[in-house]
Design a protein around this ligand. Sequence first.
Ligand code: ATP
Length: 302
Amino acid sequence: MQSRDQFNSVTLAAPAKLNLFLKVLGRRSDGYHELETLMVSVGLYDTLRISPDPEGRLSMSCHDSGRVQTGAPKRELPPADADNLVLRAANLLRQITGTKQGARLELIKRIPMAAGLAGGSSDAAATLVGLNRLWNLQLAPHELHDFAAQLGSDIPFFLCSAAAAVCRGRGEIVEPLPLPLRLHFVIARPPGGLSTAAVFKQCRPSPCTWSSAQLVEACFQGRLDSMAICFHNSLQEPAERLCAEVGTLRRWFARQGFVGHMMSGSGTSYFGLCRSRRHAQQLAARLKAARLGDVFVAQSRP
Ligand code: ATP
């Protein structure tokens, strides 16, 4: 996670993720689903600025980046209250460590919400990392990992510094995977979002016969086409039943020259893998013209 310290405050870039592989293995007795997923962190970021509060209060504000295109609908923002994952992470740290220190947390949202891009989870991970530094809590990586897993299944992934990871369990068992190549994506977020819980409720264990290992192997051989053949998301079919816009995006992406394409996480974002940054920019321009939703060009991180 990229960060910068300045005059006592800490600024962190909280990236989005894409799932190139997401297999639902079964439902567990605790209600969670057992997963195998390959997540890649991409260069679409929220920004979190944390400064000390001398009165010991904890407060947050949430803004959009102010760079929304003219005529585009205003981007939806999460509530800046105790339900926000940023404040939940900060409150958990205070409760567990007993610190009475306060902070002002200023979040600039660029990652669309309820989109399968895990913006909220990434913001929570940035909060844990930033407050550990600002409050000088000296929590070890394994302690941060445990707090992250308590808050949400996708959060531990964002604590690992690798560009990608294979995640198991309910997502909290993270095996970092340094990527040998830069991946170029176009991401579309249709107007509608989906709740992760609603999509999981509809899903069945996957009939997919391969594992993330084949995708990892193709990635290490630099074979983009073989990687795309291994893309899988068990949540796509239920998401398409709940949100017709996902199917519309699938049909649109299938008619363009993407190396491969799929829905990310529990949707509704849809991504296409491209051969280069130029290729991604060309296809993104076409997608913008098709007016199917917000469009982003993003690369995997180094
Ligand atoms: P995932 O891929 O992990 O399922 P997602 O991309 O579908 O995540 P998020 O945008 O991360 O979904 O968050 C889902 C919900 O969490 C939102 O609808 C919102 O109400 C709540 N939330 C709480 N804090 C935040 C935050 N900082 N940013 C975004 N959403 C937040």
